[in-house]
Design a protein around this ligand. Structure first.
Ligand SMILES: [Zn+2]
Length: 383
């Protein structure tokens, strides 16, 4: 016989104590299997049919699809199992030890977003002895914080299938129906170094970069003129020139220069078209300066997301929480869930203000209301 599924607090303590950092830097990156296995045990203990789906090419990473009941339609409660890296020395407590203080639970992943799973399981627990007309699916993904490869694998497999999806990222339990996309891109310029006393001896990557910066800034003006969405606090697409590295000495012609920038497109804007437009602007500078210019993404982009502001799920969530649906500036797996044909919102306990930083916490007063809202969504969409 399987051991009984533990209480919410025990589950939360165990999930926080199980490291699952994901990061594009290999020395930080960890397996998420230990988290997946715990969730699998707890959910199968409640009668869920569980399936662990290893990521292609990454046997140390997996998604979990846990399904209660069967039939058409249904509801997905989705979360990611990974956390961002952390600076232990800047934490006031051990990031892997759930610590109660000031009516808050502190720990890495408490709000973003391992804490969502015990809450979703608590909500599901109420229904395990009933016959569902439509399935309840608890979905746990890998690598949301680094590559979104978990969500990509699901979209490719065409799973899970349901009518509605709630992604429990920290939104202080406000329903989110729209977010911007995230692109981080690199521009590399290769010129020719030479003695500074004679410009003919080289081709300055730094001077070419000056024009690249000018082009990007004028591209930004164009984008902000052509695209606006007043539902966002920052209503235009943004382009931030984040960092630049190049050259070594005043008396050398600069041979190489690199720039990294962040672009946040609005829903309806395509990353591929943006990249193409940027290349078209930069390409003529190669001849003009005698340099080579290459652009590449630093990681696969997070696509913008937008659901119908008045969809069935958006309206239910508004009614249940008392909050009007909002648009936010952070990215999630929502576009992948939407690709699978689901009416999708982002809504979960805790605040994004506490995510991705030392002393991350989940306030006690977020827990019971979230359980109650999820119970009502299950009652509505699984019966
Ligand atoms: Zn998150």
């Amino acid at each position: 016989m399987r051991p009984a599924t533990p209480e919410l607090l025990t589950m939360l303590t165990e999930l926080i104590a199980t490291p699952s950092v994901s990061c594009t830097a290999a020395h930080w990156d960890q397996s998420n299997l230990a988290v997946i296995e715990k969730l699998e045990q707890w959910l199968s203990g409640l009668g869920f049919h569980t399936e662990i789906m290893p990521l292609p090419g990454h046997p140390e990473k997996a998604n979990l699809i846990a399904t209660l009941g069967s039939g058409p339609g249904g509801l997905v409660l989705a979360g990611h199992t990974d956390t961002v890296p952390f600076n232990a020395e800047r934490w006031s407590s051990d990031p892997f030890k759930l610590t109660e203080k000031n009516n808050r639970f502190y720990g890495l992943g408490t709000c973003d977003m391992k804490g969502f799973f015990p809450i979703a399981i608590e909500a599901a627990r109420k229904f395990v002895d009933q016959t569902l007309q439509h399935p309840l699916i608890i979905l746990a993904t890998a690598d949301e914080e680094s590559s979104m490869n978990g969500a990509r694998a699901l979209a490719e497999a065409g799973r899970p299938k349901a009518r509605y999806a709630v992604i429990g990222e920290p939104t202080s339990l406000r329903p989110i129906y729209m977010h911007k996309g995230i692109m981080m891109e690199q521009v590399k310029i290769k010129g020719t170094a030479g003695h500074s006393s004679d410009p003919a001896l080289g081709a300055s990557a730094l001077e070419a970069m000056h024009s690249v910066l000018g082009q990007l800034i004028s591209f930004r003006q164009e984008l902000q003129r052509d695209y606006q969405n007043s539902d966002f606090k920052v209503s235009v697409p943004t382009l931030n020139l984040g960092c630049i590295h190049g050259g070594d000495n005043p008396n050398r012609i600069c041979g190489a220069c690199e720039l990294e920038f962040d672009l946040r497109p609005l829903p309806g804007m395509s990353a591929d078209l943006l990249r193409e437009a940027i290349s078209q602007r930069l390409q003529p500078l190669e001849n003009q300066f005698g340099v080579s210019i290459s652009t590449s993404p630093l990681f696969p982009e997070v696509r913008p997301f937008s659901n119908d502001k008045h969809s069935e799920l958006v309206r239910s969530a508004e009614k249940l929480t008392g909050y009007q649906a909002e648009a936010v500036a952070f990215g999630t797996e929502a576009p992948f869930m939407q690709d699978l044909g689901m009416d999708t919102i982002v809504m979960g306990p805790g605040s994004i203000d506490q995510a991705h930083q030392p002393d991350e916490y989940l306030a006690f007063d977020q827990i019971k209301p979230t359980v109650a809202v999820l119970e009502q969504l299950i009652a509505r969409y699984c019966f």
